[in-house]
Design a binder for this molecule. Structure first.
Ligand code: SF4
Ligand code: SF4
Length: 353
């Protein structure tokens, strides 16, 4: 049986009213079932606030009708997000909430709180068992694993490493704790650029396994001890430590999908997905810049199958659009692997509402 993908076209993206009503209408058509959110459930809206300087992210004002509707089901509704692996403002909860506020996301605007799911510095995680080709467990953000239901809200864009940034990325990368993001991104150790190191010792202090020392006022890495957690990259204010992202692009996409499978294993039928097909840019909202749209805006699509939703997004935008911008990255790799690990189906029917 084909998975259902519901499509609500939006004619005017400057009209907040049309978007929020369209989103609510889409939600009401989706096959969530009566028990998707029960009274008292901790229900998470998973999205990204965008990096400071970007504007393509999903706007807080678009969500008000949906939030109002969901709040009637549970008082424990919240927005959830995880810290970034790379060193920008959103790599810890304090900076992250500041950027969120700057982009209109706070309890005053939303009426519901924001939880940074992997804690102050991205260390709060929970292992979840899966059956993948690469992994038999994933390190998800603790507050994600403790939630009862999740609604993934993704802004669809291209991506230099995964070809497509949609639901699978929002769930797989976006619900992982920092250690889980590192597992997906790289199997290599951090590299220290001695010219940039000022010998402050911050990296030594945060390293959980004492894998960094100081020699002649420069940091040195004890490779045998390093577990690749990425903490040192965030603590270094001089930009002297970087993880080399040399994992093959195929493996990165496949591991990301297996992380999304971990999320699905937690929530099962209490996981729904919505993709915003507007301002579809070359790069994702983690870039601190604005980019021009590659294609005309389309609308909002939703469903219960994350694989069908991302495949439908690729088809609606046009696979060639994504392949043209990053010819070396095939976004279908994530779709094929997601089907292989039984995360969902790429066979779908579109129901326009
Ligand atoms: S990646 Fe983690 S374990 Fe390795 S040196 Fe950095 S802080 Fe230590
Ligand atoms: S935190 Fe950065 S600058 Fe400070 S000692 Fe470590 S590598 Fe050098």
């Amino acid at each position: 049986m084909k998975s259902r993908v519901y499509l609500k076209r939006i004619s005017d993206w400057t009209s907040v009213d049309e978007i929020k009503k369209g989103l609510l209408s889409l939600w009401q058509h989706m096959d969530t079932g009566d028990t998707f959110i029960n009274k008292g459930d901790f229900a998470a809206l998973k999205l990204t606030f965008g990096e400071e300087g970007s504007s393509g992210y999903i706007k807080a004002g678009w969500l008000s009708d949906l939030i109002e509707s969901l709040r009637q089901k549970t008082e424990n509704l919240f927005v959830i997000e995880t810290n970034t692996l790379y060193r920008e403002k959103r790599s810890n909860a304090v900076g992250h909430l500041k950027v969120a506020h700057l982009h209109g996301y706070d309890i005053q605007t939303l009426g519901i709180p924001i939880i940074i799911a992997d804690g102050l510095k991205g260390r709060s995680s929970q292992n979840v068992s899966i059956r993948g080709d690469h992994l038999d467990s994933v390190k998800l953000a603790k507050a994600v694993s403790e939630s009862d239901a999740i609604i993934s809200l993704s802004h669809v864009t291209g991506h230099c490493q995964t070809g497509l940034a949609g639901t699978l990325k929002n769930l797989g990368m976006g619900c992982a704790a920092r250690s889980g993001k590192l597992v997906q991104h790289s199997k290599t150790l951090p590299e220290i650029t001695l010219e940039k190191c000022i010998g402050c010792g911050s990296c030594m202090e945060v390293c959980p396994v004492n894998a960094i020392g100081l020699k002649r006022k420069k940091a040195i890495l004890v490779k045998e001890r390093c577990i690749g957690c990425g903490e040192c990259t965030v603590s270094c204010q001089s930009g002297a430590i970087e993880i080399k992202y040399d994992e093959s692009i195929v493996k990165l996409q496949e591991k990301m999908v297996e992380y999304a499978l971990g999320v699905k294993n937690i929530f099962k039928s209490k996981m729904a997905c919505i993709n915003f097909l507007y301002n579809i840019t070359k790069n994702c909202d983690c870039m601190s810049k604005n980019e021009a749209s590659l294609v005309p805006d389309i609308g909002i699509i939703g469903g219960m199958d994350p694989v069908a939703l991302d495949k439908a997004s690729l088809d609606l935008v046009g696979l060639d659009t994504f392949k043209k911008i990053f010819p070396e990255v095939d976004p279908l790799i994530q779709i094929r692997h997601a089907e292989k690990v039984k995360l969902g189906s790429s066979e779908y029917e579109v129901i326009e509402i």
